[in-house]
Design a protein around this ligand. Structure first.
Ligand SMILES: [Fe+2]
Length: 384
C-alpha cells in the first residue's frame, strides 16, 4: 500500500512537471496541443489509479486468506491438542472445548459447555489452589497442578495448565485451560510405591526373624521418628523417607553374629567393634536400590554424632541428613525406654535426662527439643 502511494505521488509530480515543460515548449503551437497533452495526463492518472486499486484489492484478499489460514491452523491445534482444552470466561464459564475433553475428563461436550469449570472438574466451588484464579490475579500462565475428579464413580487425575489471553489493550479477555490425563501415570506411581513398601516390609520381617527384639525396636523407632518429623514440620515426601529409614535402620544387624546380638552381658571391645559394622552392612545392602538412596544414607549415618564423635565416618552437624539426625534421637530414646537383655527399661524421666545431656553433642538440639515437646505433651507416652 505504502509503496503504491509513493509511486502514485511520483507519477503525478512527474506528469505535472512534464506538462509544465511541454506547456512552455508548445506555447506558440496553439492551445489544442496543450489540451491534448492534459487529456493524456488525465487518462494516464486514471489508469494508474485503477491499477493501484486492483493491486490493493489483491493484497487485501491475500491478507484475508492468510488470516483465515492462521485461524484454521489455530482451530486445528485447539481441537487436536494432546489434552483437553477449554476456553473460559473470566467468571470461569466454559466457552468452548475440544474433542479430547471427553476422553480426558469423561464428560460429553454438551455436559460441559456453558457451565463453570469448577462445577465440572471441582466440587462446585472455586478450588483452594485454583490455577485459573492465580492466572487471573497474576496475569501469567500457570503450569502443572495435579487435579483429581470423579466421573461415573471413576477417579480421574489430570495435570492442569492455564494461559490467560489478552485483548489489544492488554486486558485479559479469556483463558485457556488445558488438562492432560495422567490417571495411568498416577496409578503406576502408586503401584511402584506399593511394590517398594512390600520390599521394605519383607526386609523388616527378615530382621524380626533373626532378632524379634530388633523388629519391635524398629517399629517403635518408626513411630517416634515420624512424630518428631511431623512436629518439626517435615513435608510428606521427607516423612515417607524417614518412615522407611526407621523401619530399616538396623537391617545391617543381619550380618552380625547372634551370639553378639543377644549377649546378655556388656559387649567387650572386639564385640563392640563388630556390632559397629551394622550401619555399613545395612548401607551396602540397600544402596543399589535407586529409590532408597536417601534411606541408605540415613542407615549409614544413624550412629553418627552431631559433634562428629560417632561412627562409622565421624560426620558432624549438616554432614548428617536430618532424617539420620531424627533417627539417632528416636533410636536412643526407644532403646532407653525398652527392656534389654542386660537391663530393665528406664523411665521417661531418666531417658529425657540422658538425652538432655547429649543435646548438642550426640544429638541435634532441634530434634531433642521436638522429642521433649512430644514427651511433655504426653504424645509419646502412648507409644512406649
Ligand atoms: Fe543401630
Amino acid at each position: 500500500m505504502k509503496k503504491n502511494a509513493v509511486l502514485l505521488c511520483f507519477v503525478v509530480v512527474s506528469i505535472n512537471i512534464f506538462s509544465t515543460i511541454i506547456h512552455e515548449l508548445v506555447d506558440y503551437h496553439g492551445n489544442n496541443f496543450f489540451i491534448l497533452l492534459h487529456s493524456l495526463s488525465f487518462l494516464l492518472l486514471l489508469l494508474i489509479a485503477y491499477t493501484t486499486f486492483v493491486e490493493n484489492r489483491k493484497a487485501a484478499r491475500n491478507t484475508q486468506s492468510k488470516i483465515k489460514e492462521s485461524f484454521d491452523a489455530m482451530k486445528s491445534l485447539f481441537m487436536h491438542m494432546p489434552g483437553a482444552v477449554m476456553t473460559l470466561k473470566k467468571d470461569f464459564t466454559i466457552i468452548e472445548v475440544n474433542e479430547l475433553v471427553k476422553s480426558a475428563t469423561g464428560f460429553n461436550l454438551s455436559e460441559i459447555q456453558g457451565k463453570k469449570c469448577y462445577d465440572v472438574l471441582g466440587n462446585g466451588d472455586i478450588c483452594c489452589d485454583c490455577l485459573v484464579q492465580t492466572a487471573l490475579a497474576s496475569g501469567k500462565p500457570q503450569y502443572g497442578t495435579r487435579i483429581k475428579y470423579e466421573k461415573d464413580s471413576k477417579t480421574i487425575y489430570g495435570k492442569q495448565t492455564v494461559i490467560p489471553i489478552r485483548d489489544e489493550c492488554g486486558n485479559i479477555e479469556y483463558l485457556y485451560e488445558i488438562v492432560t490425563d495422567i490417571t495411568q501415570e498416577v496409578f503406576l506411581e502408586k503401584e511402584n510405591s506399593e511394590i517398594l513398601m512390600d520390599i521394605v516390609t519383607s526386609l523388616a520381617h527378615l530382621i524380626e526373624t533373626r532378632d524379634p527384639s530388633t523388629g519391635t525396636h524398629c517399629i517403635n523407632v518408626q513411630r517416634i521418628a515420624l512424630l518428631i518429623g511431623e512436629i518439626m514440620g517435615l513435608n510428606n515426601a521427607v516423612l515417607k523417607e524417614l518412615s522407611i529409614a526407621a523401619i530399616l535402620h538396623d537391617i545391617g544387624k543381619i550380618g552380625i553374629p547372634e551370639s553378639i546380638l543377644n549377649k546378655p552381658e556388656r559387649l567387650n571391645a572386639v564385640e563392640f567393634l563388630i556390632i559397629q559394622r551394622h550401619p555399613q552392612i545395612g548401607y551396602n545392602a540397600i544402596k543399589h536400590i535407586k529409590r532408597l538412596q536417601v534411606v541408605s544414607e540415613a542407615i549409614l549415618d544413624h550412629h553418627e554424632h552431631y559433634n562428629g564423635e560417632g561412627y562409622p565416618n565421624g560426620k558432624k552437624k549438616d554432614e548428617i541428613s536430618m532424617i539420620a539426625r531424627i533417627l539417632t534421637v528416636a533410636d536412643v530414646y526407644e532403646a532407653l525406654t525398652s527392656d534389654r537383655v542386660y537391663r530393665k527399661a528406664m523411665s521417661t524421666k531418666q531417658a529425657v535426662e540422658i538425652i538432655g545431656k547429649g543435646k548438642g553433642r550426640q544429638f541435634d538440639p532441634r530434634v531433642v527439643d521436638a522429642l521433649f515437646e512430644l514427651v511433655y505433651t504426653k504424645k509419646i507416652k502412648q507409644i512406649c
